[in-house]
Write a protein that binds this ligand. Structure first.
Ligand SMILES: N[C@@H](CCC(=O)N[C@@H](CS)C(=O)NCC(=O)O)C(=O)O
Length: 202
């Protein structure tokens, strides 16, 4: 049995929760009480020395980093497929997953963590403004790739789209107005049952 250590407020853990729904994969969930610093407990650090969620455990196999977990689940449970069969399509999914983390997820964290969990007095406005500009630049690069298409790769829903979904949820919170193509893509992704069933409470 697969166990996922998670927190419902975590954007990265939501990726794993979503793929489990997309693939209808049986699993157990363990809530890591981050407010109580459980992610820094010796027991959790023994599993994931970075003290972050999500972490996957299956028998004696432990895996962290959400994209690595998604790749493992795709290999372990290939149906329904969330990557194309051809080499170029697979490579493009990998490219978009990496770019999501490099160009959007990290910057989004700079904005959405304080906006969700800290009082405005503790916000780093300069860092948040820079992060917002970087996200807008990235979305402008994605825009022509999405124009006239429903999804990022091969016009089929894939792990690339899934990786973006938890962060697209927070475009309004980040006060980012997407282009029409990006807005339509975000709405399409957020309407999927795997997204609506994992939407965070705040
Ligand atoms: N690159 C990691 C990022 C995971 C991550 O940053 N998770 C956050 C919650 S959204 C976390 O556990 N933060 C706790 C900490 O860094 O102390 C992944 O893709 O899994």
């Amino acid at each position: 049995m697969i166990t996922i250590h998670h927190h419902p407020d975590s954007t990265f853990a939501r990726r794993v929760a979503m793929v489990m729904i997309e693939k209808n994969t049986p699993h157990e969930k363990v809530l890591v009480d981050m407010a109580a610093r459980a992610h820094r407990s010796p027991a959790y650090l023994a599993l994931n020395p970075y003290g972050r969620v999500p972490t996957l455990v299956e028998d004696d196999f432990v895996l962290y980093e959400s994209t690595a977990i998604l790749d493992y689940l795709e290999a372990r449970f290939p149906a329904p497929p969330l990557v194309p069969v051809d080499a170029r399509g697979r490579a493009r999914v990998a490219m978009h997953m990496k770019l999501c983390d490099l160009q959007l997820a990290r910057q989004a964290g700079t904005i959405i963590f304080p906006r969700r969990f800290l009082s405005p007095a503790r916000w780093n406005h300069d860092a948040m403004a820079l992060a917002k500009a970087e996200i807008e630049t990235h979305l402008a690069i994605l825009d022509p790739q999405l124009s006239g298409r429903s999804y990022l790769v091969a016009d089929a829903y894939s792990l690339a789209d899934l990786c973006y979904t938890p962060f697209l949820q927070f475009l309004p919170l980040m006060e980012i107005t997407p282009t029409p193509a990006v807005a339509a893509w975000a709405a399409r992704l957020l309407q999927r049952p795997s997204a609506s069933r994992t939407a965070p409470a705040r």
